[in-house]
Ligand binder design. Structure first.
Ligand SMILES: [Zn+2]
Length: 334
C-alpha cells in the first residue's frame, strides 16, 4: 500500500510539476529554424520541430503524431514562401489556436525564374537574411513570454554577433576559389540566396522544389555548363537521392565535391548539427571542391596516349646492346 502511495506521489509530481506545466512549447517546421529559436529561447521554452533531420521538407507528409504535437503548441514558426506547403492543412487538422509566425517576413525574396509570382523559399542560405529570421523569432518569443524579454534580447544579440562572424568567414573563404570556377552545381535550386550573397553562379538539376520531375533538358543544360566552365566538382545534397547527380558526374568526367546541407540540419554527430555549423560545413566543402584544378578530358586523353620517356629510353638501350652484340659476334667470326 505504501508503495502505491509513493508511486502515485511520484507520478503526480512528474505530470503536475509546476516547472513542466509552465514551460511553453514552440514548434518549428524544419530543424534549422528550431535551432535558431533554441539559441534565443535558451531553456525557457520547449522547442520541437516537425520534419525530422535528414528528411526533405518539400515532400514531407505529416504523421498523426505531428497533429498532436501541433495541437499542444503555444507558438508555431514557419519559413513561408511555400517551403512547407503542407503546414496550413496540418494546423487546420490539429485545431490549434497557437500564433503562427512567418519568420521570413521582411526579407528580400528571390523570385522564381520559372514561375510567375512564386518565390524561392531557401532564404536561410544567406546568413545576412537570417538576421531578419532571428529578429522575427525574438519578437514572437517576447509576445509569448514578455516577462523574459531581457533574456531573449540578450540571447538574440549574442547569436546575431555569431551570424555576422559567420557571414564574414564565408566571404573570405569564397575568395579562395578562382573567379572562373565560382559555379555551384547541385541537385536542386537551394543555393540561389547563397550565390547572390557570396558571389557564386548557380546551376541545379531541378528547380526550387524537389517535387519537380527531372527533365532530360535539365540534364543537357547541366552537362553544357560543366563542359563550358571546366568546373572541377559538382555537389550532392543530404536530403536528396544522389543517383542522377552521380550519373552526370560520371558522364561529364567531374568529381562529386561532397555533400551539402540545404533543407535540413545533419544528425547530431554530423558536421552540420547546428545552423551555424551547416553553413560553415557547406562553405568548406564548396571551397575544397571548387579549388581543385579542373582536369579536362583532352588532358586525360593526352596522358593516356603519350608513352613514358623512361620506357622509351630503356628500349633504345636494349636495341643498342643487341646491335653491339651482333657486331662483336660478326667480328669474332672473321
Ligand atoms: Zn529546398
Amino acid at each position: 500500500m505504501k508503495k502505491i502511495i509513493f508511486l502515485t506521489i511520484c507520478c503526480s509530481f512528474l505530470f503536475f510539476n509546476p516547472l513542466n506545466a509552465q514551460k511553453k512549447t514552440l514548434i518549428a517546421t524544419a530543424s534549422m529554424m528550431a535551432d535558431m529559436a533554441e539559441n534565443i529561447a535558451g531553456d525557457l521554452i520547449e522547442i520541437k520541430y516537425i520534419v525530422p533531420r535528414g528528411q526533405d521538407p518539400h515532400l514531407y507528409k505529416p504523421t498523426p503524431s505531428d497533429v498532436i504535437m501541433v495541437q499542444k503548441a503555444d507558438l508555431i514558426i514557419v519559413n513561408g514562401l511555400t517551403f512547407e506547403g503542407w503546414i496550413a492543412k496540418l494546423i487546420d487538422n490539429s485545431g490549434s489556436s497557437a500564433e503562427t509566425v512567418t519568420i521570413t517576413k521582411g526579407i528580400k525574396p528571390i523570385e522564381s525564374s520559372k514561375y510567375a509570382n512564386s518565390f524561392d523559399p531557401h532564404a536561410w542560405m544567406d546568413v545576412n537574411q537570417v538576421l531578419t529570421y532571428i529578429e522575427n523569432i525574438r519578437n514572437a518569443l517576447i509576445v509569448l513570454l514578455p516577462e523574459h524579454e531581457l533574456i531573449f534580447r540578450e540571447n538574440h544579440d549574442i547569436y546575431a554577433a555569431k551570424l555576422k562572424e559567420l557571414d564574414a568567414f564565408i566571404f573570405e573563404e569564397i575568395k579562395k576559389i578562382p573567379e572562373s570556377q565560382r559555379i555551384l552545381i547541385t541537385s536542386h535550386d537551394a543555393f540561389a540566396y547563397y550565390g547572390r550573397r557570396y558571389g557564386l553562379r548557380l546551376e541545379a538539376i531541378v528547380g526550387i522544389s524537389t517535387e519537380a520531375e527531372v527533365q532530360s533538358s535539365d540534364i543537357i543544360r547541366v552537362h553544357k555548363v560543366i563542359k563550358e566552365s571546366n568546373v572541377p566538382a559538382i555537389f550532392m545534397e543530404s536530403t536528396i537521392n544522389p543517383k542522377i547527380l552521380q550519373q552526370i558526374a560520371k558522364d561529364s568526367d567531374v568529381v562529386i565535391g561532397g555533400e551539402l546541407y540545404a533543407d535540413s540540419l545533419g544528425d547530431k554527430n554530423s558536421p552540420a548539427s547546428t545552423y551555424l555549423d551547416m553553413l560553415r560545413s557547406n562553405t568548406i566543402t564548396i571551397v575544397e571542391g571548387l579549388t581543385k584544378k579542373g582536369i579536362s578530358k583532352s588532358e586525360k586523353l593526352e596522358t593516356k596516349d603519350s608513352i613514358n620517356p623512361i620506357f622509351l629510353y630503356g628500349i633504345f638501350i636494349l636495341i643498342f646492346i643487341l646491335i653491339l652484340f651482333f657486331i662483336v659476334k660478326k667480328l669474332n667470326k672473321l
